[in-house]
Design a protein around this ligand. Structure first.
Ligand SMILES: NC(=O)c1ccc[n+]([C@@H]2O[C@H](COP(=O)([O-])OP(=O)(O)OC[C@H]3O[C@@H](n4cnc5c(N)ncnc54)[C@H](O)[C@@H]3O)[C@@H](O)[C@H]2O)c1
Length: 399
């Protein structure tokens, strides 16, 4: 079994998210980065590839990388492509890779708008090809454990969810000062219809959807811009109706000085409440009425402890997932690695014609990506109408 070959789109010249991804790709030894179209300018793209910390094939553009793949020997072909470009360069390379029958792992949000998302959903379904969206935080073991606890009903019926992602790095006008990550994030042409909501509100949404198994069916939203002269929101609040009749707040902010990557979720149910925070990602806290609080640490969870059941297949599988002993911290890179690990498993099955999970149970799938765009579009529209309730939909039914 040779390692899977991964091709990068984006990642040159001081790029951010390519770095955690490429570490995570290499973490198990069963995947490796072999090629890259790393920058929009072909000359710089080739220079950046030549200077990559280990040897990779450089290409002047993603069109070249995808075209060249067709004529490579079987063991050099790309097994999947990772898209780590700004949001406006997701749709085109993703579409071209799918058309060339190359699985895609794409950064979030899926693309710029619902029109692009519809086309991607149709293309992925028609090709029946693995496609993942990089909602990093679903890859924490503790997120997967939270999903088990909540969706198994161990806390009763979900009444209320507060899912938030609070940052402070855009509290001043960082754009235009040489920070490339700020520049494109505040530009509607490159970021999409919402700045803060699209960038990190979608993480809070996906966290809610993944752990609860519920959909957001209606939103009443306010998108606000606190930093003068900015075209997109830097503060985002969506009051949500959930598919079980419960309510939720999905909120995000980039102007709260002092907050770093404060993603967190509180899920209040009829029998108890679950609390998780990404800045302390090894712990899940459970509050049950009239009982001492329970804090579960990854690596130190035992079935049949009076709250968790014994002999439950889902829990047993979770407890057997490869991980390191409790107290040796897992975090962001491990979460990414877990997503790539599950994606690898699907790619390997797909390559030999076996059915693979397209259900979003291990990483966000194309439909989840679509839901993120639908959520953003509905929130933008609601905010324009001063918080009017807007309905959310579902991607078209299977072709
Ligand atoms: N999952 C997460 O936790 C997470 C975190 C940060 C960013 N992101 C997402 O990752 C993506 C990239 O964000 P970033 O912060 O790394 O941005 P960045 O600006 O640091 O990097 C983007 C890279 O894409 C390259 N690029 C742009 N156009 C290109 C083209 N046509 N061909 C080849 N390369 C091209 C740029 O040169 C740069 O190397 C965004 O979609 C963002 O939303 C996700």
């Amino acid at each position: 079994m040779r390692p899977l070959n991964v091709g990068l789109i984006g990642g040159g010249k001081g790029a951010f998210i390519v770095q955690p991804h490429q570490k995570a790709i290499h973490m198990d030894g069963t995947r490796r980065v072999v090629a890259g179209a790393l920058f929009p300018d072909p000359k710089i793209a080739l220079e950046e590839a030549a200077n990559w910390p280990y040897p990779i094939r450089g290409y002047g553009s993603y069109d070249e990388m995808i075209a060249a793949n067709a004529t490579l020997p079987a063991d050099e072909k790309l097994d999947y492509i990772l898209i780590v470009t700004p949001n406006h360069v997701h749709f085109d390379p993703a579409m071209k890779a799918i058309e060339a029958c190359i699985p895609v792992f794409c950064e979030k949000p899926l693309c710029l708008n619902l029109k692009e998302a519809n086309r991607l959903v149709n293309a992925v379904r028609e090709a029946n090809i693995p496609f993942g969206v990089a909602h990093t935080y679903l890859g924490h073991w503790t997120t997967r454990f939270s999903r088990y606890i909540v969706s198994q009903g161990l806390l009763g019926r979900i009444r209320w969810v507060d899912s938030s992602y609070i940052q402070g790095w855009l509290a001043t006008k960082l754009e235009g000062t040489g920070c490339q990550q700020a520049d494109w994030r505040v530009d509607p042409k490159r970021a999409g219809g919402s700045g803060c909501g699209g960038d990190i509100g979608t993480h809070a949404l996906m966290h809610l959807r993944y752990i609860t198994g519920l959909d957001v069916t209606k939103v009443s939203a306010h998108l606000e811009t606190f930093v003068e002269g900015r075209a997109l929101d830097d503060h985002f609040t969506a009051y949500c109706q959930l598919s079980n009749g419960g309510k939720a707040l999905v909120r995000a902010s980039q102007i709260c000085i002092g907050s770093k990557n404060d993603l967190g979720i509180t899920i209040a149910c009829t029998k108890g409440t679950l609390v998780w925070k990404q800045e302390n990602p090894e712990a899940v806290t459970i509050h049950l009425a009239d009982q001492p609080d329970r804090v579960y640490y990854r690596g130190a969870v035992k079935a049949g402890d009076g709250f968790l059941p014994e002999n439950d297949n889902w829990l047993d599988t979770l407890l057997k997932e490869p991980t390191i002993p409790a107290g040796h911290g897992e975090a962001f890179h491990d979460a990414f690695a877990r997503l790539h690990r599950f994606f690898e498993a699907d790619v390997r099955k797909w390559q030999v014609g076996q059915p693979f999970a397209r259900d979003g149970s291990n990483y966000a799938n194309i439909e989840d990506g679509w839901m993120g765009l639908d959520f953003i579009q509905a929130c933008v529209e609601s905010s324009k109408r001063n918080g009017e309730w807007m309905n959310l939909g579902k991607p078209n039914s299977e072709p």
